[in-house]
Write a protein that binds this ligand. Structure first.
Ligand code: GUN
Length: 283
């Protein structure tokens, strides 16, 4: 079997065109969606993610402001900046790029962002709403993954989904969203005994562990849908995922590449949430 590649890049391109049309409509009604991204420090991976977010936002017609502070910014200083944008009616989305320097409490920062502008979907109010299946901002990477699976016409009802990884940003919420789609979800992680016993049973396997080429061909059930969330940089400078792409290609039915898979969809879902937030202004 040779897997069909689910191109996040192509899907993102289509979705961005649709979003651009929505933004045009919003502008004609007097609302310009605006996203503020706050970056503390100059971590190269974070700078690269933020640049991608800016590029996508501007391509779609979303107004974008980058607030870049030195790592010496205090926690209170950051909370004050968030407060300012919480109170700014022209701003529809606020995103604080993670990770933050050690002296800043991430939870306090996430909880400071107004849930109505939390386009990352990280605020406990949005997490709780997601868990209970209510309308909310969905976290971008998990929401993008669901879109990618649906884009190839796969019905998740009754499917065995195995999520490898349990981070708050990806592992936990993607399992919840797939459960909301009526899949049977199993979470595996670094303490799981005999991981392969689980992954081999997965109709849909989501790899979000952060270890290059961690999932091998022999870990995958023949015909499975494999979603690779990893972004790992090899010593050679090359980017690669958590899944051994070449091995997986001959076992899986569908496979997402790295780069060009989940990443572009994550950014697109951020734009989607920002547009959604702007639309809420008209309600
Ligand atoms: N750092 C890595 N991924 C993300 C993300 O999705 N949102 C934010 N805010 N920071 C991140």
């Amino acid at each position: 079997m040779t897997a069909t590649i689910i191109s996040g890049k192509e899907l993102a391109k289509q979705k961005r065109l649709d979003l651009a049309k929505e933004v045009e409509q919003l502008k004609s009604e007097g609302v310009t969606p605006k996203l503020v991204v706050i970056l503390v420090g100059d971590n190269p991976a974070s700078v690269s993610y933020v640049t991608g977010k800016q590029k996508a936002a501007e391509e779609i017609g979303i107004e974008f402001t980058l607030e870049n502070f030195p790592t010496t910014l205090s926690e209170n200083g950051l909370l004050d900046v968030i407060e300012k944008y919480n109170n700014d009616d022209a701003v529809h989305g606020i995103l604080v790029q993670l990770p933050l320097p050690d002296h800043i409490n991430e939870t306090a920062v996430i909880e400071k962002i107004s849930p109505l502008k939390d386009v990352d979907g990280f605020h406990p109010i949005n997490v709780g709403r997601m868990m209970t299946g209510q309308d909310c901002f969905l976290p971008c990477t998990p929401a993008g993954i669901v879109e990618m699976i649906k884009s190839v016409g796969i019905d998740l009802t009754g499917k065995n989904v195995v999520v490898v990884g349990r981070s708050n940003i990806v592992g936990k919420p993607v399992g919840q969203l797939l459960l909301n789609e009526n899949a049977t979800v199993t979470y595996c992680h670094s303490k799981t005994k005999d991981l392969q016993q689980f992954t081999k049973e997965a109709d849909v396997l989501v790899a979000a562990v952060g270890i290059a080429n961690f999932i091998k061909g022999e870990d995958i059930k023949p015909g499975a849908v494999v979603i690779d969330v990893g972004v790992n940089r090899l010593d050679t400078g090359k980017l690669c995922g958590d899944v051994d792409f070449e091995e997986a290609k001959s076992v899986a039915s569908y496979l997402t590449p790295v780069p060009g898979g989940v990443g572009p969809m994550t950014i697109t879902m951020l734009a989607h949430n920002t547009v959604q937030s702007a639309k809420n202004e008209l309600k």
